[in-house]
Each structure stands twice: as C-alpha cells, then as structure tokens.
Write a protein that binds this ligand. Structure first.
Ligand SMILES: Cc1cc2nc3c(=O)[nH]c(=O)nc-3n(C[C@H](O)[C@H](O)[C@H](O)COP(=O)(O)O)c2cc1C
Length: 417
C-alpha cells in the first residue's frame, strides 16, 4: 500500500494571557490521569461514571492490567542528544504522529455529550488513530467528516438476517472512508458488570429514573447543562436497525442482535469482502493471533477490553511479548488495556506493540473538563512521551522498541499450547 502522509495540524493562534493562566490552573489541578479520574467522579452522575469506570465481576482483571504495567522496568540511556525526537509511526501504509491512538468506546455521549466529535477532532488535529465504536451516539458518516485522515471503524457481531446489519455497517464505514476495520472478538456472551447492575443500567431494561438518579443528575449541573443543550444521547450509529427510533428500541437492537464473538469462518468471509486493512481486537492467545495471520488478517489488538469483560484474563501486557514473538513479523501487533500515561505507551512499544490504544483516560478528561478534555489528555500523553523518550536516549519509536526491559509477569507458552 502506498505511503500516505497526513498533513500536519494547522498552526494555532497565540493564546491570551487569561487563557494561559487558566491552562496553568488546569495543569496544576490535573497533572495525571488519576487526577482526571477523580475530577470525572465529582462532575458527572454516579451511574455515568460507573458505566465508564466499571469492569467485569470483582474488577481483578482491571487491577491486573494496571499493576502489571507498573511492574515493567525500562533501562535508561543518558548522554544522548535528544533535542530532536520523532514519535512518528507507520500503520498499514499510513503515517501517524505518535505510537498511541484512541480506543473504541460505545456510548461515550453518556459520559459527555458530543464525546465522539471532540475525540475525532483531536485525533485529526494530532494525527493519531481514532477507532469509532459500533454503538456510538454519532454516526460513522458524521465522524468521518471530522477525522477523515485517521478514522478506523470497530465492529461488533450482529447475527440477524444473515449478517445484514454487519454488512450494512461495514459498507457504511467503507463509504465513509474508514481506513481500518477492527472486529472485536472478546465479547462472546452478555457481561456482568456489578456497578451497572447496582445502578440499574442494563441494555435489556429501560433505565430507571428514581429519586437516587434524579439526585445524581441534579448534583451534576455541568453535565446536565450539556445534556439539556445537546439532548439525551441516542445510539445514532445503530438507530437505522431499530424498529422505532426511540432509545429503548435501539438498546434492544444491541441486546437482541449482539451476536457475541465473530467466528473464524466469519472472519475469513470478512477478509474476502473488506479490501482495506483488517484487525482483530481482543486477542490474547498467541495461537489465536497465528490463526488470524493465516487468514490474512493484517493486525491484532492484544486487549482484554480493559478488564470490562472477563475477570479471569491475564494482564494484556503480560501476553504482549508472546503474541509479538508469534506473529510480529507477519502482522501488526497493537495493544490496549490499562494504559494511563505516556510511560505506559513506551512500555507497550518496548514489549512489541506498534501502537498502544488509550480508552478511559480520554473519557475521564472529557468528564472532568468538558469538550477541551480530549485535547488536554492527548497533549498530556505527547508531553509525557517527550520525557520518557529522553530518559531512554530514544530519538525514534524504533529506539524505544529496542530498549532493555525487565518484565516479571511475562507469559511463556509451550509450543503445544
Ligand atoms: C465506556 C467504554 C465503552 C467501551 N465500548 C467498547 C466498544 O463499543 N467496542 C469495543 O471494542 N471496545 C469497547 N471498549 C473497550 C475499549 O476499546 C478498550 O479495549 C479499553 O477501554 C482499554 O482499556 P482502558 O480503558 O483501560 O484504556 C469500551 C471501553 C469503555 C471504557
């Protein structure tokens, strides 16, 4: 595929003194993603925060992702000239400005109305990949206009009518100009997320609005104002497949039609019909990655959905080297789950990922800061990358990939596994 370099972001007007003071205040209040998470918790209703922050069962897998990343050590190299650093990478014949992107997240409008618009605009501005999810509150067509150079499309499985919904979604994504199709495979069954159960949030039942929920909304005035201005978020991207365009009917499309994991024969079929790069998301086992490679799939995202689906899964970082060793020369290995900083991006690259995808930090940013939160988080990651590259004596992503690491939790699988 021809190398297609994406135009650099336009030069911004100089900020005023008041804007600079405000930016400094925000930086003091939110120096890390952890601070943004706490800000998000204070600013949006509890049920929305829990949807964002919550995970499967006892949330052990989520915690494993975070702590396994923290255990990765990188050996610094000093006395190197790091005045000029390139963070650029090439993925599937396109150049991007950094080795991180934005992971697909369904219904982000519940966290902050218009979320997809802010995320897409920021991804386009900074030239990083943005994966729009299937169940989003904006259509792939409208988001493609905002992020034409960096948009990827994530696909869930819809079994009804011999894949009629799937085919239509894929055609729409193709026509809209999505560059990569990402098939999520790690959702074979309905999920158990206790926080959502406690909050009465279920895709199978209308959202309950009792005194507790009214209190949560009333004490989140900034969020309420946004919802009032923009309307209650609907799953616009899949609304065409609902019998009626009300939100309960659309929710039922997901509940009734969500067909679990794409099967291998369906992946092979998709490989035939989708002519652009194809990626499987949610791969953990190196043998599954090899099977994907043998079908002509172009890439895998080593992911456990951030711990939101299977509480027994290992931390993704602990499988990354094994997957990379198995298929890294044949396909592009991508990574997500638990990335909370530029340092985590660097850890993933050093252990074999071409690019790390970031999920919740972006939505914590939007919830804590409103629309400008997307830019704040992306800028924070770029800024942190600069520091981490410098300490590794790295002036390119290839230098980071060659860094010495210590990885106590790495899985080593036998040849017959
Ligand atoms: C609110 C939310 C919604 C998500 N929705 C989807 C989705 O629709 N499709 C999908 O493949 N992954 C979805 N994910 C998983 C992310 O793509 C990604 O794997 C995960 O968030 C990475 O972990 P992190 O949040 O710790 O960075 C969702 C994650 C969150 C937090």
């Amino acid at each position: 595929m021809a190398d297609q370099t994406i135009a650099a972001a336009p030069v911004q007007a100089q900020p005023s003194a008041a804007e600079l003071r405000r930016a400094a205040k925000i930086r003091r209040r939110y120096p890390t993603v952890t601070d943004l998470r706490l800000g998000a918790k204070r600013r949006i209703p509890r049920f929305a925060f829990d949807y964002l922050d919550g995970n499967a069962n006892e949330e052990f897998c989520f915690n494993r992702n975070i702590s396994a990343l923290q255990k990765i050590e990188l050996l610094p190299r000093y006395s190197v000239n790091v005045d000029k650093i390139s963070y650029e990478i090439e993925l599937f014949g396109r150049r991007y400005a950094a080795p991180f992107g934005i992971a697909p997240m369904g219904s982000p409008g519940a966290i902050w109305p218009g979320a997809e618009h802010y995320l897409a605009a920021e991804a386009q501005r900074r030239r990083i990949p943005y994966v729009i999810a299937t169940p989003t509150n904006a259509t792939v067509e409208e988001i493609a206009k905002i992020a034409p150079d960096v948009l990827w499309f994530q696909l869930y499985r819809f079994p009804r009518n011999n894949h009629a919904i799937t085919d239509d979604l894929v055609n729409r994504a193709d026509r809209a100009g999505a560059h990569v199709l990402v098939m999520t495979v790690d959702t074979p069954l309905g999920l158990k997320r206790p926080r959502d159960i406690r909050n009465g949030i279920s895709i199978r039942a209308p959202f309950r609005t009792g005194p507790n929920e009214i209190y949560q909304v009333a004490t989140s005035p900034a969020w309420l104002m946004e919802v009032w201005k923009k309307g209650i978020p609907q799953l616009d991207n899949i609304a065409p497949y609902a019998t009626a365009k009300d939100r309960h009917s659309i929710a039922k499309v997901m509940a009734n039609e969500n067909g679990g994991s794409h099967r291998w024969d369906e992946i092979a079929r998709m490989r035939d019909r989708w002519k652009k790069p194809l990626v499987l998301k949610g791969i953990m086992h190196p043998r599954d990655a090899e099977r994907a490679a043998s079908l002509g799939v172009d890439g895998v995202v080593v992911s456990n959905h951030g711990g939101r689906n299977f509480d027994g899964a290992p931390a993704t970082i602990d499988l990354l080297p094994a997957v990379s060793a198995a298929v890294g020369t044949r396909m592009t290995v991508l990574f997500d789950s638990g990335v909370r900083s530029g340092l985590d991006v660097v850890r993933a690259v050093a252990l074999g990922a071409k690019c790390a995808f970031v999920g919740r930090p972006l939505l914590y940013g939007l919830a804590a800061l409103g629309g400008e939160g997307a830019r704040y988080v992306v800028d924070m990651f770029f800024d942190e990358l600069r520091g981490e590259f410098s300490h590794l004596g790295a002036v390119s992503v290839a230098d980071v990939a060659a860094a010495e690491t210590r990885h106590p939790g790495a899985w080593r699988l036998g040849a017959n596994s």
